[in-house]
Design a protein around this ligand. Structure first.
Ligand code: SAM
Length: 211
């Protein structure tokens, strides 16, 4: 890959960040031989399918230093790991209910030298900590997701936008988001129409639900 692809869409990356992103491919390849965290087909387009897609959240929200972000159902570390590289001053907690996936997240995070990632094996709904933002991709339908979030939002606010959820979603969302006040951002607009024809970031402010 394609450092050039990353730099096209994130031109302010530092040398350290460029090296960290480059290392991800090696680490996921190594881990994938031991534990199948990413399908072979997806590994061929790791950057587009997983890394750039995860970073789509950064096109919609800049996490200020000190912000605490939870990635629910992170799987092999998406969107949490790419975001943690992009925002080194932000604290990321990545949780998944499958232990072997979290072992990979822990190893990859250490492998790229991330100091701002905590990996937790457990169910999101049981977690007691509070966060400013919750990110996620491909875990469950929004109504169920919202039920998991009770008591999980900090009151203080670092960003111009209210604390809330940034959920990466594909396809037709009308039914799933019916009655919910949210903003929907089409990712293809941020990537010159080159990727993500049907992919969106759904932003739901915490004001929407009982936090
Ligand atoms: C389809 S995978 C998506 C993984 C990752 N977010 C990605 O996009 O590559 C869904 C993940 O959510 C996790 N998961 C499902 N319910 C969960 C819960 N209640 N708490 C934590 N993780 C959960 C599963 O173990 C699985 O790894």
């Amino acid at each position: 890959m394609s450092t050039s692809l990353l730099l096209k869409y994130f031109p302010d990356l530092t040398e350290t960040q460029i090296e960290q992103f480059a290392k991800l491919e090696t680490l996921y390849n190594e881990w994938n031989e031991k534990i199948n965290v990413i399908s072979r087909k997806d590994m061929e387009s790791l950057y587009e399918k997983h890394i750039l897609h995860s970073l789509g959240i950064a096109k919609v929200m800049e996490f200020a230093p000190g912000t605490k972000v939870l990635d629910i159902g992170t799987g092999g570390g998406f969107p949490g790991i790419p975001l943690a590289i992009l925002f080194p001053e932000t604290q990321f907690t990545l949780i998944d209910s499958i232990g072997k996936k979290i072992s990979v997240v822990q190893a990859v995070s250490e492998g790229v030298g991330l100091k701002n990632v905590t990996a937790i094996h457990g169910r999101a709904e049981k977690l007691k900590e509070k966060f400013h933002f919750i990110v996620s991709r491909a875990v469950t339908q929004m109504p169920e997701f919202l039920r998991w979030l009770k008591g999980k939002f900090e009151k203080e606010q670092f960003n111009p936008k209210h604390n809330g959820i940034l959920y990466l979603k594909g396809g037709d969302l009308a039914e799933e988001l019916a009655g919910l006040k949210c903003e929907i951002f089409n990712l293809k607009h941020y990537f010159d129409g080159e990727f993500f024809d049907t992919k969106k970031v759904v932003y739901v402010s915490k004001g929407n639900f009982n936090s």
